[in-house]
Write a protein that binds this ligand. Sequence first.
Ligand SMILES: [Zn+2]
Length: 264
Amino acid sequence: MGAHYDTRAKATKDSTNPNDPVPGANDGASGCAVLLELAKVFYERRENLSCQIWFLFFDAEDQGRDVAYGIDGWDWCEGSEKFVDDIDNFYDSENETFDCMILLDMVGGVNLKFINEQYSTSSLLDELFGVGRNLGFTEEFPKNAISRYITDDHKAFVNIGIPSADLIINFWNNPDWPYHHTIQDDISHISNHSLEVTGKAIEQFIYNNYFVNLSDMYKGNHPWREDINIPQIDIEMVSLLIMTIAILGAIVVVFSLFKKDKFT
Ligand SMILES: [Zn+2]
């Protein structure tokens, strides 16, 4: 499980204070808060867990270049990229494997509504949504969630083949939470309920999949290898290919009709 703890050094979407730092109550701190609480919960129940749980706190997620700001030579998600580069140093690759990685980003704002993040492994994200909805959190894990690609700390894990899901909200033109990368991303726009919903869903997901003697009846999507998300570029490539085949097919048909005409 991961979250980023850095906050953006300049509030680039704040029309009046673009040079001030973002407090980052939601964009950063909310995910960390939920992870700290989950660490307490699972530490008490560690004897019943059938897996290790790592709590990852990433630096330098949020300093990439958008409209104006960026630190020279820095991209988004530097901390998680570096962690994944060095991941072999942190585990025994002969005896241990990674099942999944769950990222929490902007999970504590008022009016929480998660999106269908498209870099995520869909079978894992679908299962998290299902767990949340089963707990009654149908507003927060909506049935027809909007789809967006978000460059975030889960991407580095997806890229090395670890199923990963990003629980995140829509942060562009979202009237329900318009404080992204502004100085108003502060504690007054945080909701205890949103933090609790996120924490409870992740907690239940772990009980369902990794709790000894409790999850025999549960059928989730483990090991989350299937992924129905198709990157945008691939959709374009596929349609180009289909069009090419169709045109070639049409030429062949016309040509063979022409030939037929000639010899009959
Ligand atoms: Zn951010």
